[in-house]
Design a binder for this molecule. Structure first.
Ligand code: THU
Length: 132
């Protein structure tokens, strides 16, 4: 199991997620999300949610960040930070939990509380008894 990050590093990862949120494409929901994945080698890869303007489909920020990192050749991930403009704490949706679990079963998920303080939980707590 990966370890929780020191609070300052968790805040830095949340800051990367917040920066990525600026690139969100969310014309339908108006709900901008940013995510930042920390790879095992320390590389940080970010993503924002992307909604198709006309067809009912969207990619969550978490999966965008994960897919970008995988596509870059990264294969091991330790932490993911997630932030949204309209709600401080955004836990990953069910689809993202499953995909994150498939590629990073020991991942730590970092969200922010209302005061902006990081909350760190193992992904397995958010998706117990996963199908793998
Ligand atoms: N969304 C994410 O990007 N991550 C989450 O954890 C929850 C939801 C996106 C999907 C959609 O573009 C918008 O937020 C509203 O659901």
């Amino acid at each position: 199991m990966n370890k929780k990050l020191p609070a300052a590093e968790a805040k830095t990862l949340l800051a990367h997620a917040r920066d990525a949120m600026a690139n969100a494409i969310c014309p339908r929901s108006g709900f901008a999300v940013g995510a930042a994945v920390r790879c095992a080698d320390g590389t940080i890869v970010t993503g924002s949610n992307v909604e198709s303007p006309t067809v009912l489909q969207s990619a969550c920020a978490e999966r965008v960040a994960l897919l970008k990192a995988l596509s870059d050749g990264q294969r091991a991930f330790t932490h993911i930070a997630i932030i949204a403009a309209k709600r401080p704490a955004v836990p990953p949706c069910g689809l993202c939990r499953q995909m994150l679990m498939e590629f990073a079963p020991e991942l730590i998920v970092i969200t922010a509380d209302a005061a902006g303080e990081p909350r760190q939980r193992p992904l397995i707590e958010l998706l117990p008894d996963p199908f793998l």
